[in-house]
Design a protein around this ligand. Structure first.
Ligand code: PMP
Ligand code: GLN
Length: 385
């Protein structure tokens, strides 16, 4: 067995969801909405299963979806791309895997910013890369540009940048994006941008793709996922946007990972990407209302809730809430004693983890939010004593 896997724990999302299933706890851990998802998009998938092709689509993705992705990004983010700049993958996870396998040679350094999505480090290591970690810290979670600059060496090839950032729900601002772009250009880095949350932003925020910053078009690999754009997280339809010199090797890696992605889901995603702006606004509005609902109830129960600028998540600072338990201990006890599952933020760090912050998913119906908040309110009383 490869030693990376010998000692690796099961993903925290799977671990917590399994515990929630076993105990019947309300699962605010793993990030997925509890609704069925947009009917017209599911209908488009069903129609494609019944009436369209169910055989292998082209390795790069269907022309229809590749064009739809390019049109969508031009319309929403002013990105200059055509269908030939797009590769369709089986989720953002496969896109990340293919990109890291293709772009890293053994010994190359890859900059990772903690807190980081759990797949990043094992994928970098398995691709032969050497991870260089820098950290962000609560409560502001500002992009640590100076620490990033200091961590770059002549062997550094790639920086992996997740914006909006899961788990701490930050949307990086113009100044942070401009500073990162300037650094990538000056130090000749490839930016691997995980932007799966690009449409889930609140309070009128705009997504600023790093690829559209000056000097970044040719050195950025942008990754998106239909799962998050359409609240259908099980669909696993991802897309890569990159200039030909970057896209070609990534496509070579993709052809021997999954080769292709179900054609019916590609058809439905192509349909969905063409939807009016009002669909995306309504989706954001619904999640923002859920965010506000859970936040208000948690604050009323004495929890210190950190700002959530985007994603399906908000964080609680336990210490600032008067709770002395560590994040993991709190989460394990909350599943058993409160019947609510959450994710400890320390799971997104490999070193120097803060241990007092937990993540909750608010992409749930009002009834579920209210019940979970009530249980957490009672639990706070219990663990404060
Ligand atoms: N990156 C981030 C930051 C995520 O939050 C997720 C899942 N929510 C993924 C990648 C994986 O996306 P997919 O399900 O499309 O593989
Ligand atoms: N992205 C989801 C989250 O952050 C989890 C996806 C997974 O379970 N791998 O909760």
């Amino acid at each position: 067995m490869n030693p990376i896997y010998a000692t690796m724990p099961t993903s925290v999302f799977e671990e917590i969801s399994m515990l929630a299933r076993k105990t019947g706890a309300i699962n605010l851990g793993q990030g997925f909405p509890d609704g069925a998802g947009p009917l017209d998009i599911r209908q488009a998938a069903a129609d494609a299963v019944l009436n369209g092709s169910n055989q292998y689509p082209p390795m790069m993705g269907t022309d229809r979806l590749r064009d739809a992705v390019a049109d969508h990004y031009r319309r929403f983010h002013g990105l200059d791309a055509t269908g030939s700049d797009i590769l369709v993958t089986s989720g953002a996870t496969e896109a990340l895997s293919a990109a890291l396998l293709a772009l890293i040679s053994p010994g190359d350094e890859v900059l990772l910013i903690q807190p980081m999505y759990d797949a990043y480090l094992p994928l970098v290591q398995r691709a032969g890369g050497v991870a260089k970690l820098v950290s962000m810290a609560p409560p502001d979670w500002r992009l640590p540009i100076e620490a990033i600059a200091a961590a770059i060496s002549p062997r550094t090839r790639v920086i992996l940048f997740n914006n909006p950032l899961n788990p701490i729900a930050r949307v990086f601002d113009d100044g942070e994006i401009a500073a990162l772009a300037e650094l990538c250009v000056r130090r000749d880095l490839i930016a691997l941008c995980d932007e799966v949350w690009e449409h889930v932003l609140f309070d009128g925020r705009q997504h600023l793709p790093l690829i559209t910053a000056p000097g970044m078009r040719e050195r950025t690999v942008k990754i998106g996922s239909a799962g998050k754009i359409f609240s259908l997280t099980g669909w696993k339809v991802g897309f890569v946007v990159a200039a030909p010199t970057l896209l070609a090797p990534i496509a070579k890696a993709h052809q021997f990972l999954t080769f292709t992605t179900p054609p019916n889901l590609q058809a439905a995603v192509a349909y969905g990407l063409g939807k009016e702006e009002s669909y995306f606004e309504a989706m954001r509005g619904d999640y923002q209302r859920s965010r506000d609902r859970l936040t208000a109830r948690l604050i009323a129960a004495g929890y210190a809730v950190l700002p959530s600028e985007g994603t399906y998540f908000l964080c609680i600072d336990l210490a600032a809430s008067g709770i002395a338990l560590g994040d993991r201990a709190f989460c394990l006890r909350a599943i058993e004693d409160a019947g609510v599952a959450a994710i400890p933020i320390s799971a997104f760090y490999t070193e120097n983890a803060p241990t007092s912050v937990i993540r909750l998913c608010f992409a749930k119906s009002d009834v579920v939010i209210d019940e979970a908040a009530e249980r957490l309110a009672a639990f706070a009383q219990q663990v404060r004593n």
